[in-house]
Design a protein around this ligand. Structure first.
Ligand code: GCU
Length: 606
C-alpha cells in the first residue's frame, strides 16, 4: 500500500521542491560578514529572558530593560541595570564556546551573544537578510530589540528579513543560544559526540534587490543522461519578470517568463555533458539571471541510482570506498566550521583512498559539501535522528522534517551528495517505522534524484548475522553498523562469519571499527593498542568482502573525536579513540590497512 502511495505522490511533484524562505548559494550573493568578535553573557538561569515569574519578557513585557535583547544602557546612575554586554568578555564567531573558554568546556545552557554594527543599504529599495549557517541548538534572535524569530536544530541554516528593522548606525544584534539537551529534541538527549554550543557557523548580512532569486534547482533529469531539468523561484515577483539560465560551456542560454507563482521550470537537452564523478569531478559554471541580479553557481551533472544489488553512478557499478567524519577539527578540539577544516578532513579521506564520505550524524557546514563537489568525493548526508529519539512526538517529527528541508534546500544542487540518510541506529518499533516513513516521504517530496538510506543495525541468531529491519524495505541502500570484535563477536571467526540480509539491494557497512590510543603498542589481543585495531580491521575487511551485495563501507571514523561518554583515564580522557588518525593528526596502523584494502577494491571496480 505504502509503495503505490509513494509512486502516486512522486508522479505529480516537480523533481526538486523549492524552500519558501531559505536563501541558497549565499556565498555568491551580496554578503557582508558578521563573523568576528562578539560579546557574550553566560545565563544558566535565563535571567535575561524570563522575569521572576518565569514569563518570557518578549511575550509579557517586551520593552523591559532587564531583557538582555534590549541591550539597555543608561547614564542615569540611579538606574538598576544588571548586565552590560560591552563590558562582558568575548567569543569568536563562528565557533563553539566549549573550546574557547575553559569554564564553558562542559557548559550546556543559555549563552547570550551581542554584536553591534553599522549598515547602510547600498540601494534604498533593496532588502536585507540576516543569515546563520547554524546555531547549536535553539536560537532566539533579536535585532535592535525586535524579535526576528526562533530556530531549533544545531546543524542547518536559517535567515530572517531585517529590511524594516535595520538602522544605518548602532545596530545591536542579540542572540540567545541554548544548547540544553532534552528528550524531544533532534538529536535527543543521548549522543556519542560533544554537544558543542554556540554560533557555530558563518553569520552574514545579505542584500537583495526588491525582487530576487530566492531558490533554484538545476540537475540532470532522473533516468536521463542528456536532459538538464530545473526550476527557479523568485521572491516578490511582480509578474512580468524574465529569468535567463546560461551554462556557457554547454552553449545553453535561454530566457523564460515566470508563471503566476513567480517561478519557472525548464528543461535543456545537451549531448556535450561531461558527467561528474570522483575521477573527474567536472563542475559547470551556471548562471541564473534576472533584470536585477546574476547568481553564479558551480554544478556537476551525474546520475545516481540502484539496480538490484548495484549502485550505478552515471550508469556504471561502483563501490563506495568511504570513511565516517564528524564535524570537528580534532587538533583544535573544536567544532569545525571553515574551508581549511574541511580541506584537512577531505585530504585525509583522499589519502586513505576514498571516493565517498559519510558526514555523521548531522548536516555539516556548506564548505565541506562544496569542497566534496570540487575534490570528487561522493557524500552521505544525514539528519541527527540518532538512537532513542521520541518517535511518538509530533514536534520531534516536525523538527526532523524541518532539518531535512533546510539541509536539502541548501545542498540539492551539489552533485557530490548521493545519499540522504534518515537516521542512525534507531531501535525498530512501529512508532519508529512510521516516523522514518514520514521522513522518507518528506525527502522524496523535495528530491527524487538521490538515494535514501539510514544506518540500521544487525542482530545475531544461531551463529548468523541477520539484517532484516522492516524499514529496509523503504531504503534504496541497505546500510548497517556492525562492530565485530569491539562490541561483541570473535575476530578470529570474523572472516567466516555468516550473513543473512533480507533485501536484494546494495549493502553498505555504514560503520565498523574499534578504538586504539595512538602510540600504544602491544599484541593483537590487547585492546586499545594499535595492533589490536589493525588486526580488527584486517579481520573485518576479510569478512566484509564476503558479505552478499556488499557495495561500500565507511569505517568509524577518520579522526579521534571528543565524546563526554568516553571517560577511561589515560586511554580516552573524553575522546572516542576509534579514529584512524589521532587527535594530534598522527595516523594509526589501521589507517594503512584500510588504504591497502581500498587500493585493491579500486582495481576491482576499474
Ligand atoms: C555507534 C554510533 C556512533 C558511535 C559509535 C561508537 O555506532 O553510531 O555515533 O560513536 O558507535 O560506539 O564509537
Amino acid at each position: 500500500m505504502f509503495k503505490s502511495f509513494l509512486i502516486k505522490v512522486f508522479f505529480f511533484l516537480p523533481l526538486i521542491g523549492l524552500s519558501q524562505d531559505l536563501l541558497i548559494n549565499t556565498s555568491n550573493r551580496n554578503v557582508t560578514t558578521l563573523n568576528g568578535t562578539w560579546h557574550y553573557i553566560v545565563d544558566p538561569y535565563e535571567t535575561g529572558y524570563y522575569n521572576y515569574r518565569y514569563q518570557p519578557y518578549d511575550k509579557f513585557d517586551k520593552n523591559n530593560n532587564s531583557a538582555f535583547y534590549n541591550n539597555y544602557h543608561t547614564d542615569n546612575k540611579m538606574a538598576l541595570v544588571e548586565y552590560d554586554f560591552d563590558k562582558s568578555p568575548t567569543l569568536t564567531v563562528p565557533g563553539d564556546w566549549n573550546s574557547q573558554k575553559e569554564k564553558l568546556f562542559y557548559y550546556e545552557g543559555t549563552v547570550w551573544y551581542k554584536r553591534s554594527f553599522d549598515y547602510s543599504l547600498s540601494e534604498k529599495i533593496n532588502r536585507l537578510f540576516l543569515y546563520f549557517g547554524a546555531i547549536n541548538y535553539k536560537a532566539e534572535v533579536y535585532l535592535n530589540g525586535t524579535k526576528l524569530g526562533t530556530h531549533e536544530g544545531g546543524f542547518t541554516p536559517f535567515n530572517f528579513e531585517v529590511t524594516s528593522v535595520i538602522k544605518s548606525e548602532d545596530n545591536y544584534l542579540v542572540v540567545k543560544v541554548d544548547n540544553k539537551r532534552f528528550k524531544e529534541a533532534i538529536p535527543t538527549i543521548n549522543t556519542d559526540w560533544w554537544n558543542y554550543g554556540g554560533i557555530t557557523r558563518d553569520v552574514k548580512l545579505i542584500e537583495e534587490p526588491t525582487t530576487f532569486i530566492q531558490d533554484y534547482s538545476i540537475q540532470l533529469k532522473k533516468g536521463t543522461k542528456n536532459t538538464i531539468v530545473g526550476s527557479v523561484n523568485l521572491n516578490n515577483a511582480k509578474g512580468n519578470e524574465k529569468i535567463t539560465i546560461s551554462i556557457p560551456e554547454l552553449k545553453i542560454n535561454s530566457s523564460f517568463s515566470i508563471d503566476s507563482k513567480g517561478a519557472i521550470q525548464f528543461e535543456f537537452k545537451s549531448k556535450r555533458i561531461k558527467y561528474w564523478s570522483p575521477s573527474s569531478p567536472k563542475l559547470y559554471d551556471v548562471y541564473v539571471e534576472t533584470a536585477d541580479q546574476i547568481l553564479k553557481d558551480e554544478i556537476g551533472f551525474r546520475t545516481i541510482e540502484t539496480l538490484g544489488p548495484n549502485i550505478l553512478l552515471n550508469g556504471k557499478s561502483i563501490f563506495l570506498r568511504g570513511i565516517c567524519i564528524h564535524e570537528e577539527n580534532a587538533m583544535r578540539g573544536a567544532r569545525a566550521y571553515n574551508e581549511d577544516d574541511a580541506l584537512m578532513a577531505l585530504n585525509s579521506a583522499k589519502e586513505l583512498g576514498c571516493n565517498y564520505v559519510r558526514l555523521a550524524h548531522y548536516p555539516h557546514n556548506e564548505h565541506i559539501v562544496k569542497l566534496a563537489d570540487k575534490m570528487g568525493l561522493m557524500v552521505w548526508e544525514e539528519i541527527p535522528v540518532y538512537w532513542t529519539v521520541d518517535f511518538t512526538n509530533q514536534n520531534s517529527l516536525n523538527n526532523a522534517k524541518n532539518q531535512l528541508s533546510e539541509a536539502i534546500a541548501r545542498d540539492k544542487n551539489r552533485a557530490s551528495i548521493i545519499i540522504w540518510s534518515m537516521a542512525n541506529e534507531t531501535p525498530p518499533s512501529d512508532p519508529r517505522n512510521t516516523f522514518l516513513k514520514e521522513l522518507i516521504i518528506h525527502t522524496k517530496s523535495m528530491d527524487t534524484t538521490r538515494l535514501i538510506s539510514a544506518a540500521l543495525e544487525k542482530h545475531y541468531k544461531d551463529g548468523v548475522n541477520i539484517v532484516d529491519d522492516e524499514i529496509g524495505e523503504y531504503m534504496d541502500i541497505v546500510a548497517f553498523n556492525q562492530y565485530t570484535g569491539w562490541y561483541g563477536g570473535s575476530l578470529e571467526e570474523a572472516p567466516d562469519a555468516k550473513w543473512e540480509i533480507k533485501y536484494n539491494k546494495p549493502v553498505v557497512i555504514s560503520e565498523f571499527g574499534g578504538g586504539a590510543l595512538q602510540g600504544l603498542h602491544g599484541t593483537v589481543k590487547e585492546r586499545w593498542t594499535e595492533e589490536y585495531q589493525e588486526y580488527l580491521y584486517q579481520q573485518n575487511l576479510k569478512m566484509i568482502e564476503k558479505i552478499p551485495n556488499i557495495r561500500g563501507t565507511s569505517p568509524w571514523i577518520l579522526n579521534d573525536f571528543r565524546s563526554p561518554k568516553r571517560v577511561l583515564p589515560i586511554i580516552q580522557d573524553g575522546w572516542n579513540r576509534k579514529g584512524l588518525i589521532s587527535n594530534h593528526g598522527i595516523k594509526k596502523k589501521a589507517f594503512f590497512t584500510v588504504k591497502e584494502f581500498y587500493k585493491k577494491i579500486k582495481q576491482q571496480y576499474k
